[in-house]
Design a protein around this ligand. Structure first.
Ligand code: SF4
Ligand code: SF4
Length: 384
């Protein structure tokens, strides 16, 4: 028996809490589909999910992966004769879906209220400030060192630094995984499809490839945007992996020669973060290109975090090499206060979650497609 489809008239109002969604004028002409380089053989992309919202089909919307298949090149919005802004509608739906996957309800608060987003990040930063401050007091008392440090010994902070770093990565990643389980239950759990575990494992490569290459983005007409996005993502991923897996090598009192990977990987990541964040903010201020015409608070908060992370990192680096221990110490303090809210709030509940959800959506789509093919002896074209 097919699943019951209910209509929820309040869905349109609910979706509009997450951004621009003004598709009432759409007369289904299909110009957006024709202009979209990613529509492939989906003749209703990106219009189908817009219809779900207009008809109040919340279950179908929540189980749809289509908003994640869009990389927001904006070509469909440019082609739309009704100024329905389908590209921005897809962006709004990605925010809406992020909030639906999140069982805590915090993502919904953050995406629908600038005050909540600023407050959550501010209070997390304040909490970190208090932890680091009292740890410093305790450390001064225990070691008898000066309150205002004259050197910046990182080594003596181990193993506390390892536990702290693990906590600020493991907690948001664990939350994100629980949300991913919910996403899976929306997409596959509600379908009448049995997916063997072996199929999940066999398709894992799809997730890895799309997570590290964003290769569908390359199919958009403006290849420059794919390159810029890759630069910004690598500026975040590379230092995160270094800190998570090579902390003792990366955070050290040793001053390595400039050709050592510890130095040049750090420099490359910093340049990537600075370039990506500044380019994004300038694009948004100038409203350069279709994808920058509408900006939500999350569109400003993330580049601001990435920029401040890079600047505080550069300050620590310069001060350490210049022998300005006290300034380096406080810059490190500031760096942690900036980075922790970005990780703890923005990874599971904010814009950074899309780095994970998009490849996961592509992976789940391929799993679902393969399962349907195997179960019903269909061809790929028939289940697309
Ligand atoms: S191009 Fe505009 S009016 Fe035409 S189907 Fe797409 S959103 Fe609707
Ligand atoms: S924004 Fe670009 S990728 Fe997204 S639906 Fe429109 S044309 Fe397709």
């Amino acid at each position: 028996m097919g699943r019951e489809i209910k209509s929820e008239p309040a869905l349109l109002q609910e979706v509009r809490k997450y951004g621009q969604f003004d598709v009432g004028g759409c007369y289904n002409c299909g110009s957006c589909t024709i202009s979209c380089p990613l529509s492939g053989n989906l003749t209703t992309f990106p219009r189908r999910v817009m219809r779900y919202v207009l008809f109040g089909l919340k279950d179908l919307l929540n189980s749809s992966l289509e908003p994640w298949m869009c990389y927001y090149c904006g070509d469909c919005s440019t082609a739309c004769p009704q100024q329905a802004e389908p590209g921005e509608a897809m962006m709004t739906l990605r925010r809406y879906l992020t909030a639906q996957y999140d069982w805590t309800g915090l993502a919904s608060r953050l995406y629908s209220s600038a005050a909540w987003r600023i407050g959550a990040n501010f209070f997390t930063g304040l909490f970190v400030f208090l932890i680091v401050f009292f740890y410093h007091l305790y450390d001064v008392k225990l070691s008898g060192s000066d309150f205002f440090p004259r050197s910046m010994p990182l080594e003596h902070m181990f193993p506390t630094m390892i536990y702290f770093t693990l906590a600020v990565f493991v907690i948001p990643i664990a939350l994100l995984l629980t949300n991913a389980a919910r996403m899976h239950s929306f997409i596959i759990g509600r379908e009448n499809i049995k997916v063997p575990l072996s199929l999940y494992l066999k398709q894992l490569g799809t997730f890895v490839v799309h997570a590290f290459t964003q290769k569908r983005f390359r199919e958009c007409k403006d290849k420059g945007r794919w390159i810029k996005h890759m630069i910004m993502v690598s500026g975040f991923i590379v230092p995160s992996l270094l800190v998570l897996f090579f902390l003792r090598w990366f955070q050290t009192d040793n001053i390595y020669p400039v050709y050592n990977p510890q130095r040049w990987l750090g420099y490359l990541a910093t340049i990537a973060l600075l370039y990506g964040s500044i380019e994004t903010v300038i694009g948004r201020i100038r409203k350069k290109g279709q994808m920058h015409r509408f900006s939500s608070p999350d569109d400003w908060v993330l580049p601001a975090f990435l920029f401040l992370t890079a600047v505080s990192g550069i300050t620590i680096h310069i001060c350490r090499y210049a022998g300005l221990a006290m300034v380096a110490h406080y810059a490190y303090f500031a760096h942690i206060i900036i980075v922790v809210p970005m990780l703890v709030i923005e990874i599971p509940f904010g814009k950074l979650s899309h780095i994970f959800y998009r490849p996961l959506a592509i992976y789940l789509h391929s799993v679902k497609q393969r399962a349907a093919i195997e179960q019903n002896n269909l061809t790929e074209a028939k289940v697309a």
